[in-house]
Design a protein around this ligand. Sequence first.
Ligand code: PMP
Length: 422
Amino acid sequence: AEEAMVERRRRALGPAYRLFYEHPVHVVRGEGVFLYDADGRAYLDAYNNVASLGHCHPRVVEAMARQAAAVSTNTRYLNDLVLDYAERLLATFPAEIGHVMFTCTGSEANDLAIRLARVVTGGTGLIVTENAYHGVTAAAAEISPSLGPGVDLGPHVRTVPAPDGFRGAGDVGAAFAAAVEAAAADLSRHGIRPAALIVDTVFSSDGVFPDPPGFLAGAVAAIRAAGGLFVADEVQPGFGRLGAGMWGFARHGVVPDLVSLGKPMGNGYPVAGLAMRPELVAEFGRKARYFNTFGGNTVAAATAAAVLDVIEDEGLIANARDVGTYFTDGLRALAARHAALADVRGAGLFVGVEVVSDRDGRTSDAAAAGRIVNRMREAGVLISATGPRANVLKIRPPLVFRRAHADLFLDRLDAVMAGLGT
Ligand code: PMP
């Protein structure tokens, strides 16, 4: 039956889509930290960073359904819910961030960030990391080298190595700042004015690099000195995942010019946006227009407001911190016994584990990472692998992950590693 579905999917959706796992999961239901397949089997979902409050959180579902039954309308009409939500969201940012524009996806948020940065700076040059992912619109794809060799980065894009504290020696922040400075200088040499440095503040697709806190400050100073803006892509780390406040940039002690938001913002409902410094975009508003039919619709606002309520009422940021520490301690204990697990890094419930064939040589092992991901799936735990070498286990459980879930995960990983003989 599954093969038939895979074939139907291929015929209807075409060749550009990828499925997770050698043996894809046929999902029919989600509840809390678990997904359920067509046979009723439960999977601990330690991958899906959209349903960050747990799948189908009842308060979010209720808010969404209630507003869908009242009215769904767009930003061309006045509506309290949209304004209330915008004000509440802005209150989670430093005082310098004073506007938010709503979109439906993270890609659109980054697309708008590119457009704004170009209008504001008069430049076109963009600097991103070597294995960045920022989205699928034409402009966002141009700054997403991880989409593959079929993507043309364009003459105005420069890439810099990610701040890899596992392989890099010395001061990660200084090296990253120097790379950004050199990229900006290279743009200028080619007659291209730098418009922005855009980074995912945890560098997820580059391999998950949160540490040391503060290392981004030098790079932010470098892009500003070159006349460009700093765009923090918070689509993955945002909304409390790192277990310290709401936003990943805060970990680095910097305030961005533009901040892209998405994924967990609606816990599954498509809502995203771009937050910004008002003085920077005043001119954009005078010259240009923005309208996004579904962006900031009333159902999105009601749903996203319920997400903020739940994060606060259930103490989920503190939970991400506490369970995140417990979980990474447990992973480090496993790494002490399984030589293939060479480095455990993360912040809160955003965790990466480097899989290697040789610890001393730090030789990445994508094949082993793939085997671990697929065996974990067979054992009822969902994770993925990422990074330029596809050897970093990417683990992002929902913020309602408890110690008992962490124990279940660690047990299964221990058994999988023992089964692989590593
Ligand atoms: N930025 C980052 C860091 C992302 O991880 C993603 C999605 N994986 C996006 C942007 C794009 O978001 P969306 O898929 O909602 O367009």
